[in-house]
Ligand binder design. Structure first.
Ligand code: MN
Length: 209
């Protein structure tokens, strides 16, 4: 498929995504403790995407062996760009035992500056900030299937292909509204937030009364 490369088990060695890599995951569901990690999508913002499929049989063995992917997620010199990273960081930590950092989250940025709307989904951001209409039709499909369909691969890639454009637009808005600093502080806290979720502090929240 055009610009989409599927890998099994791990990224190949030597791939360079640049200083900021967009990352998304697909899992068996919405609970990062219960639902296994099936796919990790990455893009350097050049219009191409690399997808890493986590194969089910790995889960029964000695854990998931993906040293190249793990090194990238933990690399302090590469910022990982997410949309709603809270979930993905928790899912990655639960499955791979590596805490992703440093990170940026377009959902947090959007909530801090697009205060005129309560619609902060990726579909809305793609449409409003990147002028792209992405389909969410495959969102609820079976990501645990051993052979993913071309429709699933295209959908999965679309979740990382436009994040750089969205991030640049949101960053300019954060600067305009003098909220870049608080956004960056929130990004820095995000890996801790994900760990708290895995510890059972999602609801009620640790900061609630
Ligand atoms: Mn996704």
């Amino acid at each position: 498929m055009n610009g989409i490369t599927l890998h099994k088990h791990d990224l190949p060695a030597g791939l360079d995504f640049g200083p900021v890599v967009a990352v998304d995951t697909e899992t068996m569901g919405l609970d990062p403790r219960r639902d296994r990690l099936c796919l990790v999508q990455l893009s350097g913002g050049d219009g191409t995407a690399h997808l890493v499929q986590i194969i089910p049989e790995e889960l029964s063995g000695q854990g998931i062996n993906c040293p190249n992917l793990k090194a990238l997620l933990a690399n302090p010199n590469v910022t990982k760009l997410f949309h709603y990273g809270r979930f993905d960081i928790a899912a990655l930590y639960n499955a791979l035992g590596v805490l992703t950092a440093p990170v940026i989250c377009t959902k947090i940025a959007s909530k801090l500056v697009r205060t005129y709307t309560d619609r902060h989904g990726l579909k809305e951001l793609c449409r409003d900030l990147a002028g792209v209409d992405i389909s969410k039709q495959q969102q609820t499909s079976d990501w645990g299937a051993p052979e993913l369909t071309p429709e699933q691969l295209a959908y999965a890639a679309s979740d990382v292909l436009y994040l750089h454009t969205i991030w640049e637009r949101l960053r300019a808005l954060l600067v305009r509204e003098s909220r870049l600093e608080v956004a960056e502080a929130a990004y820095a806290f995000l890996p801790v937030r994900a760990r708290l979720d895995l510890l059972g502090y999602a609801e009620p929240d640790l900061f609630a009364h």
